[in-house]
Design a protein around this ligand. Structure first.
Ligand code: SF4
Length: 388
């Protein structure tokens, strides 16, 4: 048993939606994962992995002509890793093979189109890319104490942040790269996204010197990428010449003569979360949402309250039926349970149970990170979990 009880934001989303779904898949409960995740899942993960290369902080000042081919290679590698994991259980069907090849083409086109679009907009410093947020959770009743389990183990929040950037005003923003199919995500849904809010809140807990101004959702649309005109040139807003310093942030100096509108005062003055900028070209959309510190804190308290429920071993896990069932990966065993059928046979055929100290591969890892997690949470293995 890991010595740290880990609360994961994607599991919290399920906990609030349907406790049976959460119970079957959660790493702190039954730990079932699909043997054969969908081709869409592998594609989305590969795009996020590729953008983690594109925005890798240590290469932030590198000429983009060097970084672009590395990014495409990162996409290709991730797709092939997911395929290999899939084929450990079963070979691809002819239909899946076709879908895999098609996705390779779409992904290469998407990233190439993105390079052009982003070059004209990007003017920030990349602070983190594909980063674990690892933070204690203050007890809402006594915030100077952290939450622990009823048997005395520490509880920690662990989420995956696609990126943290510092803009030219030296404000910090948590970024999510999101692959979309069909329409853009509704702006209200982006504003109310609890995972993004909790990422902001727990980043501030993990790094008390940081004040997060808000979130940026970078949507990449699948439709239309192959029909875009061929790329002829890249116009860079912020040229990376690899000669001298790219940015000098005077706001970071205590001697700065900047007026009162510092990032801290601006965030404090924000009365609510709101969209401050939205840019799109039909294929990509970037939505900048300034976040209010009170709403972030409320989210942090909600996560802590849920964590206190989750740590109770006698928690009941009743199903909640609704529209969300259509997307639920456990729909077949759940339907069988309701009909009095052999739901365990369905689980055994289509799912496997992860080890209790396993971590999912959607959190992209390096040897360094696996070691770091082992130190933090008693985890040391990374296996194919099969979904985000
Ligand atoms: S199908 Fe619906 S009720 Fe059943 S586990 Fe999934 S979300 Fe819950």
């Amino acid at each position: 048993m890991p010595w740290t009880f880990i609360i994961r934001p994607r599991e919290m989303r399920k906990f609030r939606r349907c406790r049976r779904e959460w119970d079957l898949g959660s790493q702190v409960r039954q730990r079932y994962a699909q043997k054969r995740p969908s081709m869409e899942w592998a594609f989305d993960k590969a795009i996020r992995d590729a953008l983690a290369v594109y925005y890798f902080p240590a290469m932030d000042d590198w000429n983009r002509a060097i970084v672009r081919p590395l990014t495409l290679k990162g996409f290709d590698r991730s797709m092939r890793e997911s395929r290999a994991n899939h084929e450990k259980w079963t070979p691809l069907t002819p239909e899946e093979e076709k879908s895999f090849e098609h996705n390779l083409l779409v992904g290469q086109a998407m990233l190439t189109n993105y390079f052009v679009w982003a070059a004209a907009l990007d003017d920030f410093d990349s602070i983190f890319a594909d980063h674990d947020i690892w933070a204690p959770m203050p007890d809402p009743a006594s915030p100077i104490h952290d939450l622990g389990t009823l048997d005395g183990r520490p509880m920690r929040y662990m989420g995956r942040m696609d990126q943290l950037i510092a803009d030219p005003d030296d404000e910090l923003w948590v970024v999510e790269h999101r692959v979309v199919r069909g329409d853009w995500t509704d702006s209200d849904e982006l504003i109310e996204d609890e995972v993004l809010r909790s990422h902001c809140w727990h980043t501030q807990i993990a790094y008390p010197q940081m004040l997060i101004a808000g979130t940026i959702i970078n949507e990449l649309r699948v439709d239309g990428q192959l029909d875009a005109p061929p790329v002829s040139e890249f116009v860079e807003r912020d040229q990376r010449t690899m000669i001298g310093s790219r940015h000098v942030n005077t706001r970071r100096s205590p001697l700065t003569m900047e007026p009162a509108a510092t990032p801290a005062t601006r965030s404090a003055a924000t009365a609510q979360d709101y969209v401050t900028l939205q840019q799109d070209n039909g294929l990509f959309r970037r939505t900048v949402i300034r976040r209010n510190q009170d709403t972030l804190k409320e989210t942090g308290v909600r996560v802590a309250e849920d964590a206190m429920e989750i740590r109770n071993p006698d928690l009941t896990v009743e199903p909640t039926f609704g529209d969300h069932c259509a997307q639920c990966e456990f729909k077949a065993p759940c339907d069988a349970m309701e009909a009095g059928g052999d739901w365990q046979a369905i689980l055994a055929e289509n799912f496997f149970q992860r080890a209790d100290d396993a971590e999912d591969e959607s959190l992209r890892h390096s040897d360094h990170r696996v070691g770091q997690r082992a130190g933090l949470g008693g985890m040391y293995r990374v296996i194919n979990l099969g979904r985000r």
